[in-house]
Design a protein around this ligand. Structure first.
Ligand code: NG1
Ligand code: ZN
Length: 539
């Protein structure tokens, strides 16, 4: 039975009083959704429930995902973000509504804001709403799930609790549900369906090839640990050897602590306590398993990082070569951010001759730019990325009539790659299989992979400033427009260094600005980073 606006108001207000907004906090839906101390998130997650239902109703009852995670952040943090029907990030224009609802001061204001969004977007509040959700392993997760359920109940949305999943698994499930009755269903909308799809694709891609190198994976003591073990079980030890370490999900305080992809990438060193065998392959996931970086130590015990740029380069080379063999004419493009190592961009452009697009930081920007290619490869240097095959690329591959077995093999491999790769979002588990499958084809270990190009030494520094919003950029965040005069000072410093490059931008996830610097030698890169950081201290 249809309810009156008055009944709706009182229903929302009734639940909302159970989830009071903490005073003195300003919430903002940023590149990673809402992210802050788990203890401050109860009201935010409740209100995200309201918004998820609105979003689903706006889209004729398509299923919306809600993921509760704070990714690579410390254990006490948590976060929440919405997933759109095709498994993509929430449409940018809705971030404002999320922020508005989260900041409503009173229950009354909240219900009014909620109705105002519905009215502005002509949403029928009696139409069906469908939401699925999951969380990572953080201690604050279960209470936040309870808050989310209250939000969904307050507005009579149907929901399914997928319990503990990696972020990319939930993206996968959302896309599967919404494509189930279309001509191109994405897969079975279950955790098992995810393992089956990836395992089968991996077996086909590597059929007749040697086993990939044994890989040891640091799971950051997060959700990726148990999920990766399960995935490995589906693939079978005849096909791959995966050794999972840092998988203590019950020791909640160990999550991301001195381990994990973010630690390894930013510190440029091994996870604490890992004793690597030389020339063996290692990888680290982050706390929700949407990022991965690889690494190894050489015979001289020197640490070598194989980050998102190295992954993008390996994948680009492989796909480009397969296309050349197959004879299928498709355009491959790479998308990076300003954080991509200068050597990687040079290698992709000059050696592989694949076009490189640079976008602002944040997966949604990369994802959209990658959609403009037949096959768009995007990776942030920090190891978040994936490969998108356009619908027309899939059709060309599926309908291609091979003239010889070589062409047939190449096309089969490309099609299986499309199944192996989680095309909704960067996925550490899927990327792990992608990389190891390529190494199996090439019969390469990590050192051969690393040979393609040599990274320029680089340094990333976090600087706390009075007002990070004063930092405005242009040219895909590579140049500062404001504070006025600062860019000229950076340029003057950069000019003094061989292969020097540096830029400054406000973080979208932390209250700080980031300084990136690279140069011909480690000493110079460090020095440039310090000097540019010093420029900010006088502000
Ligand atoms: P911010 O805090 O805006 O630099 C960080 C990462 C992004 C992205 C987001 C979302 C760096 C330098 N920045 O953004 O690449 O992953 O977090 O988690 O790695
Ligand atoms: Zn993450």
């Amino acid at each position: 039975m249809d309810s009156t606006p008055q009944e709706r108001l009182s229903q929302i207000a009734k639940f909302s009083t159970l989830h009071p907004r903490p005073e003195g906090h300003k919430f903002a839906y940023g590149t990673a959704g809402f992210r802050l101390l788990g203890s401050l998130l109860d009201s935010v997650v409740f209100r995200v429930g309201l918004l998820a239902a609105l979003r689903s109703r706006k889209l004729d009852g398509e299923t919306i995902g809600v993921m509760i995670t704070a990714s690579h952040n410390p254990p006490d943090d948590n976060g929440v973000k919405l997933i759109d029907p095709q498994g993509e990030m929430l449409e940018a224009s809705w971030e404002t509504y999320a922020t508005k609802l989260a900041n409503a001061e009173t229950d009354d204001e909240l219900t009014k804001d909620y109705l105002a969004v519905a009215e502005a977007l002509k949403i029928n509040l009696d139409s069906p709403a469908n939401v699925v959700f999951a969380r990572d392993t953080r201690a604050s997760g279960p209470a936040l799930v309870a808050a989310l359920k209250d939000g969904l109940q307050a507005v009579a949305a149907d929901y399914t609790d997928y319990r503990i999943l990696t972020t990319p698994q939930l993206h996968y499930v959302v896309k599967c549900i919404n494509t189930a009755t279309t001509a191109t269903p994405y897969g079975k909308p279950t955790e098992e369906g995810y393992y089956e799809k990836l395992a089968t694709a991996f077996q086909i891609v590597t059929m007749g090839k040697p086993k990939p190198p044994v890989i040891t994976v640091d799971a950051a003591n997060g959700v990726g640990g148990p999920k990766l073990k399960e995935l490995a079980r589906y693939i079978g030890s005849d096909h791959i050897d995966i050794n999972v370490v840092k998988d203590e999900i019950d020791a909640v305080e160990k999550l991301n602590h001195q381990c994990g992809a973010d630690f390894v990438k930013t510190q440029q060193k091994l996870p604490l306590g890992l004793e690597p065998a030389s020339l063996e392959l290692y990888a680290s996931l982050d706390g929700d398993a949407d990022r991965i970086v690889f690494y190894y130590v050489d015979e001289a015990s020197k640490f070598h990082l194989l980050d998102g740029d190295k992954i993008a380069s390996l994948v680009a080379m492989f796909i480009r070569d397969l296309l050349a063999v197959s004879g299928v004419d498709l355009q491959v493009g790479i998308v990076q951010t300003a954080y991509a190592n200068g050597s990687s961009s040079k290698y992709l452009t000059d050696i592989l001759k694949v076009p490189v697009t640079v976008t602002p930081t944040g997966v949604k920007h990369l994802h959209h730019a990658a959609q403009l290619f037949d096959i768009g490869i995007y990776f942030e240097a920090n190891g978040h990325g994936t490969v998108l095959f356009s619908n027309s690329a899939m059709k060309s591959l599926e309908s291609f009539e091979a003239q010889n077995p070589g062409q047939q093999d190449a096309v089969t491999t490309l099609l299986s790659l499309a199944a192996l790769i989680n095309q909704t979002v960067g996925d550490a588990l899927s990327d792990l299989l992608l990389v190891t499958a390529i190494l199996s084809h090439k019969v390469w270990g990590p050192d051969e992979w690393n040979l393609a190009y040599t990274d320029l030494p680089n340094r990333l520094v976090r600087v706390v400033v009075k007002d990070r919003m004063a930092f405005k950029t242009e040219d895909a965040e590579r140049r500062l427009v404001e504070p006025k005069g600062l860019q000229a000072q950076i340029d003057a410093l950069v000019k003094k260094y061989k292969s020097g490059r540096s830029f400054v931008r406000a973080s979208g996830t932390e209250d700080a600005v980031r300084v990136y610097a690279e140069a011909a030698t480690r000493l110079e890169a460090d020095e440039l980073a310090v000097k540019v950081s010093d420029l900010l201290k006088v502000l």
